[in-house]
Design a protein around this ligand. Structure first.
Ligand SMILES: Cc1ncc(COP(=O)(O)O)c(C=O)c1O
Length: 390
């Protein structure tokens, strides 16, 4: 009997591009094993720990035997807590429309599965979070990239959608703010795109995983404009719970019952003890901590950007939130992948080449994650400065 050839696996496995940042990660690990002090600006997760109140609640939940399946939609108290949290931000999102998921990742997969038939197009900005195309492909959809640039914050515009969308494009996927740029969709443009989706009967999925990490309080959720689309949320970033695998999906009424049925079949439920623990996120201690972290991230952004500009990096526009800045290094290098490899090797500073996020941008972009305390960021900036100018 011959073993199965990997080429006999599904076509979608043959086309998954490698993460170019893995080369940087490999060199970083090698250097760290030799005792080199590596400053990690490549990883897309916050450096803050999960709140101790959440950890305590998880321990209590585990001791109390909260280790079994829960209601597939998520425990009622957590859905109520999320609904109340939205209410505190002026948004009316009833708990019944909230599906607890295994991180935003499962929310994106679920929303893609709920909206996309095989062969349907899903409109998406280039650059984008690199996993998004995989969710679409997993359900047989085809990504229709919308090329963007600095002038539109690397977000699609309604004008671009009107001229580029075809009849088979049934869904628009947005991130607000986005990874790798940290930039949100301006309010007027968001209104136009939502209106376009409604009038052309297209589904809309808005990934708002970084919404609570927006630095401008005026930057609101897309739910302020309409309740007729899917909104993806997560405990990963704002509540520093990346490893807990917990998020949620706000489902529009028209898709509610069927999407929840699908979630039941795909996932059964999110981790029960993590759901219990997450209840502590909405109590004052954890909320205060999260706000302190958000302010800290804003201060880091403000520290980083002028220094990067001085060094010759071009910043698309000031990030609206999250913990990323997407920079064009074309005045410094014509190959940001090589630059990132050389930089880590020479200085121990790790960054992500922009090619991981884009098919269309020139290979001169870099994503810098400011997931290090200010003193470490300053140290990283000094090292990069010396690397470029010495
Ligand atoms: C834009 C975006 N969406 C979704 C995710 C996945 O998040 P989660 O940990 O909640 O699955 C990430 C993670 O980096 C992200 O940047």
């Amino acid at each position: 009997m011959r073993p199965i050839d990997p080429r006999e696996l599904a076509d979608r496995l043959q086309t998954i591009p490698p993460f170019h940042v893995m080369e940087v990660v490999r060199i970083a690990e090698e250097l760290e094993s030799l005792g080199v002090d590596v400053i990690h600006l490549e990883v897309g997760e916050p450096d803050f720990p999960t709140s101790s109140s959440v950890i305590e609640r998880a321990c209590i939940a585990l001791q109390a035997g909260k280790t079994r399946y829960t209601d597939s939609r998520g425990i009622e108290r957590l859905r109520d807590a999320l609904s109340a949290w939205y209410q505190s931000h002026g948004l009316d999102v009833p708990a019944r429309r909230i599906q607890i998921t295994l991180g935003a990742s499962a929310g994106l997969l679920l929303a893609s599965a709920a909206t996309t038939n095989p062969g349907n197009g899903v409109l998406m900005a280039d650059p984008a979070y690199p996993c998004n195309p995989r969710f679409v492909e997993a359900v047989g959809g085809e990504v229709h990239w919308i090329t963007t640039d600095m002038t539109t914050q690397f977000q699609p515009t309604c004008t671009a959608l009107e001229s580029e969308a075809t009849a088979s494009d049934r869904t628009l996927m947005l991130a607000h703010p986005a990874n790798p740029t940290g930039q949100a969709v301006p309010r007027a443009e968001l209104e136009r795109m939502i209106h376009w989706c409604l009038t052309t009967h297209r589904h809309l999925i808005v990934d708002e995983i970084y919404q609570s990490l927006a630095f401008n309080d005026a930057l609101g959720s897309s739910l302020m404009i309409s309740d007729q689309h899917f909104v993806v949320g997560s405990f990963s970033k704002y509540f520093n719970m990346t490893g807990w695998r917990l998020g949620w999906l706000v489902i529009p009424e028209y898709a509610l019952e069927a999407t929840q049925r699908l979630a039941q079949h795909l996932f059964i439920c999110a981790p029960s003890f993590a759901q219990e623990a997450a209840l502590a996120c909405f109590e004052s201690d954890a909320l205060q901590e999260a706000e302190i972290h958000r302010r800290e991230l804003k201060a880091r952004r403000d520290l980083l950007i002028p220094r990067l500009e001085e060094m010759g990096f071009q910043i698309a526009a000031e990030p609206d939130g999250a913990f990323y800045v997407f920079v064009d290094a074309s005045d410094i290098t014509s190959d940001s992948q090589q630059f990132c490899s050389d930089l880590i090797r020479e200085t121990g500073v790790a960054m992500t080449p922009g090619v991981d996020f884009s098919n269309s941008l020139p290979p001169t972009w870099i994503r810098i994650a400011y997931t290090q305390p200010a003193d470490r960021l300053l140290e990283a900036l000094d090292r990069v400065d010396r690397f470029i100018h010495d």
